[in-house]
Design a protein around this ligand. Structure first.
Ligand code: URA
Length: 433
């Protein structure tokens, strides 16, 4: 078999066979197919697409390129959740404890952020002492004891995806629905949970900017999950504006804790209740409306917050910062960004907010950038609010005052202020099962 022929076949719009797909992935991981040939293949997929059958096989081949985690050492139903990424997305820290408070296990491997989006692991690193790299035995022991654990991705999970993603990133082939579906679902299948809830973000801060594309991606991923024997569903949620008010690592953990105390912002609370309700539903805890009520109850009773504290303690972290968030290390400097004119806030561009937060030191410009855990942004006014010229739009936090100017410029660019009230946009745009 020759990679040249497979590129030619895909370029002509034909479907590859199972044997051809498995050969291509195995040989690519082994280093026998060069990046330039794989790049040509990815670009052919970008233009010609893939059949459902090809997508299922490629997902399986990529999942099996590394460790397939066997979670049978953890008792009970294991449920996983994946967000396609966004700005201010701290939902894992809220919904994993909610779900675990009902005995549904969450054994989750999360990623780091790159560019304008934040990663759950970076946020968790702001908790002093917490261990995010655990051996399999330690990971299982934490889940069996606390009911949940969130750790960094193990070294040998889907090596094919790591290579393919890095290549797509530099060859303008990231935003292809079949390639995103293969990438996300291969990791979820390899991570071993019984049920998978997908939070597909749509809007300015997301990979998928249009609702139609987001629905197509969600449908494709749900089919992959179900065809592999995992109960899978997806919610399409809004990422046209940042989720919640806080952006930045420690600031987001603080907001997650406030939400678990029932004092979180409305948008974040609502999305978390719906996501957690759907996870409980997939795990067979009842009908959807009942499961959504259970998610609300876990916040009100304080049970979900207790679960977060148990997880932090079981992973060696200092849970006193969760009990009293004033104990989180604070940035040395703060700066208020004021409205340049009066009017209604009609848009807050998520991507620009994410970049502003990165400019303050909260995110990574390159894979090896150091993160400042206390840096970030608190949005003081969101879409729909009328602000007077000079009113505070947001507070910036940093340990170096020189970073404020560039971040302020970027944040001002993120806000659209107009004379008319904006149209209401629902937080959850669709559900796919
Ligand atoms: N997230 C992933 O893990 N893979 C993609 O291709 C896009 C988003």
């Amino acid at each position: 078999m020759r990679m040249y022929d497979l590129i030619m076949k895909k370029r002509s719009g034909e479907a590859l066979t199972e044997e051809e797909i498995r050969y291509m992935i195995d040989e690519y991981v082994a280093g026998n197919i060069p990046d330039y040939q794989m790049s040509a293949f990815l670009m052919a997929v970008y233009f010609k697409g893939m059949t459902e059958e090809e997508i299922f096989i490629m997902t399986d081949a990529v999942a099996r390129s590394g460790d397939m985690v066997d979670l049978s050492g953890i008792e009970g139903i294991k449920v996983d959740k994946h967000s396609t990424g966004g700005v201010g997305d701290k939902t894992t820290l809220i919904i994993a404890p909610i779900v675990a408070s009902y005995g549904v296990k969450v054994a989750k491997m999360s990623g780091r952020g790159l560019g304008h989006t934040g990663g759950t692991i970076d946020k968790m690193e702001s908790i002093p002492g917490i261990k995010l790299s655990l051996s399999q035995e330690e990971f299982f022991a934490v889940v069996n004891k606390a009911g949940l654990s969130v750790i960094g991705q193990s070294g040998n999970l889907t090596p094919a995806d790591k290579k393919l993603y890095a290549l797509r990133d530099v060859t303008a082939t990231v935003d292809s629905i079949p390639l995103i579906a293969v990438s996300i679902m291969s990791k979820k299948l390899a991570a071993g949970s019984d049920c998978i809830l997908l939070d597909v973000k749509t809007g300015s801060g997301a990979f998928m900017k249009s609702l139609d594309d987001s629905i197509a991606l969600a449908e494709c991923m749900v089919k992959i999950g179900e065809s592999s024997g995992r109960r899978t569903a997806a919610l399409i949620t809004d990422m046209d504006i940042p989720l919640g008010n806080n952006i930045g690592n420690a600031l987001e953990v603080i907001e997650a804790v406030e939400t678990l105390k029932g004092q979180g912002p409305e948008d974040l609370t609502e999305i978390c209740i719906r996501l957690a309700g759907n996870m409980l539903y997939l795990a067979g805890k009842g009908e959807l409306p009942e499961c959504i009520q259970m998610a609300k109850d876990a916040i009100e009773s304080g049970k979900a917050l207790e679960k977060l504290i148990s997880m932090v303690e079981a992973q060696g972290g200092d849970a006193s910062v969760i009990k009293d968030t004033d104990k989180f290390e604070k940035a040395q400097w703060s700066y208020e960004v004021k409205a340049p004119q009066s009017g209604y806030i009609t848009r807050i561009n998520s991507e620009a907010c994410g970049i502003a937060s990165m400019l303050l030191g909260a995110g990574r410009e390159t894979k090896d950038s150091e993160i400042d855990y206390s840096a970030g942004i608190i949005l003081r006014n969101k879409v729909g609010k009328y602000v007077e010229k000079g009113e505070v739009l947001a507070t910036l936090y940093a340990n170096n005052q020189e970073l404020f100017k560039a971040a302020e410029d970027k944040l001002i660019e993120a806000f659209t202020i107009e004379d008319n009230t904006p149209k209401e946009r629902p937080l959850i745009l669709a559900r796919i099962e």
